[in-house]
Design a protein around this ligand. Structure first.
Ligand code: PHE
Length: 330
């Protein structure tokens, strides 16, 4: 009986099979129990030996069952581990990742540069008071840029700002006569028909420094640093005399680029100048003590030049085929 039981246990292949075997030998009606029942039929003197043997059989079956059970459980564990193993070679999910808009890439780049030179980032409202947009910037009452044709007025006094320069006036008043260095990016609006080179809404980055002993040379230095940071160390700038009511002298600034025939060409990227004494005075600074310089960069122009873009409207139509090209550029 013992031999047969051990053989059955040895060849059992599953835990189910094993528990059936256990039942057939060790349950109340199992073979071992029945064997024990026979004890009563035996003569008195044979009982102890027989009982001993049945007990031994029972114990060795129990031990074998226990060992086999462990073995089968291990095997099953290995099997589930094998089945649930992660296949690291499977392709991952494709998560859609956006990108920073090229205009914002330019803005962040310029901000970083000037913040590193001690400038603060400033902001002003896009819906601006006529007073800040024009008057504080020294536009005479009859200046042509104030014409309703050029600006989007919402009422007599309010308009969508035509440049970021009103932030100059706001910042000067805020700083109450203290030296200041700011950089101010933002949207501006002009009444233009949209075409490849014009947009009724575009972006500028205003810069303003007011301090003692500021000269035109400081402006030139700041602009050259910026151009070389944006386009590379081989670039040069060209200054052309210009006119703005809020700067004197005023310049328009071109950046050099290599033409196909190997000669240098120039493209305009910003307007700038030495802050007009009247603007300083209105902003609460004594022009005898303080001087300043200011510049207003056309962000689209920078991006167009940097990334070779042929139509300004690409920046605003949000075509993913366009935008996706700027992933990881910066
Ligand atoms: N505000 C001017 C413009 O919109 C640019 C400018 C800014 C010029 C600051 C001089 C100084 O064209």
């Amino acid at each position: 009986l013992q031999k047969q039981a051990l053989e059955e246990i040895k060849t059992a292949e599953s835990l189910n099979e094993l528990s059936e075997i256990k039942n057939s030998y060790l349950s109340k009606k199992g073979s071992v129990s029945l064997m024990m029942g026979k004890l009563r039929d035996l003569p008195q003197d044979e009982r102890p030996i027989f009982g001993q043997e049945v007990n031994n059989t029972k114990e060795s079956i129990e031990l074998a069952l226990y060992q086999k059970k462990q073995q089968l459980e291990n095997k099953e564990l290995l099997k589930t581990l094998e089945a649930e193993k992660i296949d690291v070679t499977l392709p991952g999910y494709q998560f859609y990742q956006g990108s920073v808009h090229p205009l914002n890439q330019v803005i962040e780049d310029v901000e970083d540069l000037f913040v590193g030179m001690g400038y603060e980032v400033a902001e002003g409202p896009e819906l601006e008071n006529d007073h800040y947009n024009f008057e504080m910037m020294n536009f005479g009452k009859d200046h042509p840029a104030r014409d309703m044709q050029d600006s989007f007025y919402t009422d007599e006094n309010m308009l969508l700002r035509t440049h970021t320069s009103p932030v100059q006036a706001r910042t000067m008043l805020e700083k109450k006569g203290n030296p200041l260095r700011i950089i101010c990016p933002g949207k501006v609006y002009r009444r233009d028909d949209d075409d490849p080179t014009h947009s009724h809404q575009f972006m500028q980055i205003e810069g303003l420094v007011v301090d003692r002993n500021i000269t035109f040379a400081n402006l030139k230095d700041a602009l050259l640093k910026m151009v070389r940071h944006l386009f590379g160390p081989e670039r040069v700038i060209r200054l052309r005399p210009s006119y703005f009511p809020f700067t004197e002298p005023s310049v328009e600034v071109d950046v050099s680029f290599m033409k196909k025939d190997g000669t240098l060409g120039y493209i305009e990227i910003l307007g700038a100048g030495v802050v007009h004494p009247e603007v300083l005075r209105m902003g609460g600074y004594d022009p005898e003590e303080f001087q300043g310089f200011a510049f207003g960069i056309g962000v689209e122009r920078i991006a167009i030049l940097k990334y070779n873009i042929d139509d300004i409207r690409h920046f605003y139509t949000n075509d993913l085929r366009f935008l996706n090209q700027f992933k990881g550029v910066n």
